[in-house]
Design a protein around this ligand. Sequence first.
Ligand SMILES: Cc1cc2nc3c(=O)[nH]c(=O)nc-3n(C[C@H](O)[C@H](O)[C@H](O)COP(=O)(O)OP(=O)(O)OC[C@H]3O[C@@H](n4cnc5c(N)ncnc54)[C@H](O)[C@@H]3O)c2cc1C
Length: 330
Amino acid sequence: MSAVPAKSPFVLSDVEGRVAGVAPEARTSTSLSANGEGMALRGSIEPRASLADFIWFRTGGAADWLVRPADVEDLAAFLAALDPAVPVMAVGVGSNLIVRDGGVAGVVVRLPKAFAKVSIEPGHRVRSGAAAMGITVASAARDAGIAGLEFQRGIPGAIGGAVRGNAGAYGRDMTDILIEATVVTRSGAIEVWTADRFGYSYRHSALPDGAIVVEALLQGGAGDPAKIGAEMDRIAAEREASQPLRSRTGGSTFKNPAGDKAWTLIDAAGCRGLTIGDAQVSEKHTNFLLNLGAASAADIEALGEEVRRRVLAHSGVELEWEIQRVGSAT
Ligand SMILES: Cc1cc2nc3c(=O)[nH]c(=O)nc-3n(C[C@H](O)[C@H](O)[C@H](O)COP(=O)(O)OP(=O)(O)OC[C@H]3O[C@@H](n4cnc5c(N)ncnc54)[C@H](O)[C@@H]3O)c2cc1C
């Protein structure tokens, strides 16, 4: 099989030759067409791949194509050759994600272990692959006597998602620690973005759709490993006591409105324990939604909308979704 010429679009089509991301009705029984054979990708590509297998809610539809690149250059070459009409999104460990039941059109990129390396650099800096978990980064910083990254202990996602969503806790977020991040753009360019380019606000960045964060350089300060470790233990214990960590959930459902807490508004509106199907507002922390077992993504999203409706009626506050909702309903 001859290799796809470097400049030709990397076309992903189903068995009937329809292009992924362009014809949603075609998103069944996909397989790589002749166009996909001999492709430049050194990593793996899987058609109609389940995301529910690994995202926290354990429900929702499939990705048309799940791509695991071998390394940064592999990802860049793949995106450069991919038909620009095909939508692309990254997924981390899905700790802030509702994947709608109809699945995600186009390509979902999941960075494998090769992107999870963490190393220490001079000046109390930590360089982290985007697939490294927050706890891994916090632990590496602690071991190297680097303070200021402890809050990452409480965020159960990967660093790429944290950079993308300005994750934070205990009064700190990515704006306090990010120096720069390496981004692969939708067109396949490898770029180093300084923190200011992310245009951060509360749980939000200006990273465009289709761009993938592959690495981050983080700044801490000098610290005593024992004290840093004690703070991380405190965070872990507090989380355990207050959040449904062992449940199928998606983290904080709604952003805290300015000067208020989403969970108190939800509680005051009488939503604690509210259910739709197998979706429930957590009894332990009312800003968390749970999949009790067989909830569909539609059940979870409908429950979230019902909570928004009740909070608006009760307190006049319009809650804004923090969880990323992706894909199509049918
Ligand atoms: C129990 C629990 C507690 C939580 N506590 C907190 C908290 O205290 N503070 C907080 O901020 N969050 C919290 N979260 C939410 C979540 O952990 C964070 O938002 C986390 O940063 C998401 O990372 P992820 O790898 O799971 O991303 P995913 O959920 O997989 O993706 C989230 C978004 O980021 C994008 N994304 C993921 N990886 C990349 C990448 N490499 N490049 C570009 N875009 C990417 C996705 O496309 C999606 O839009 C909590 C979640 C849970 C379940």
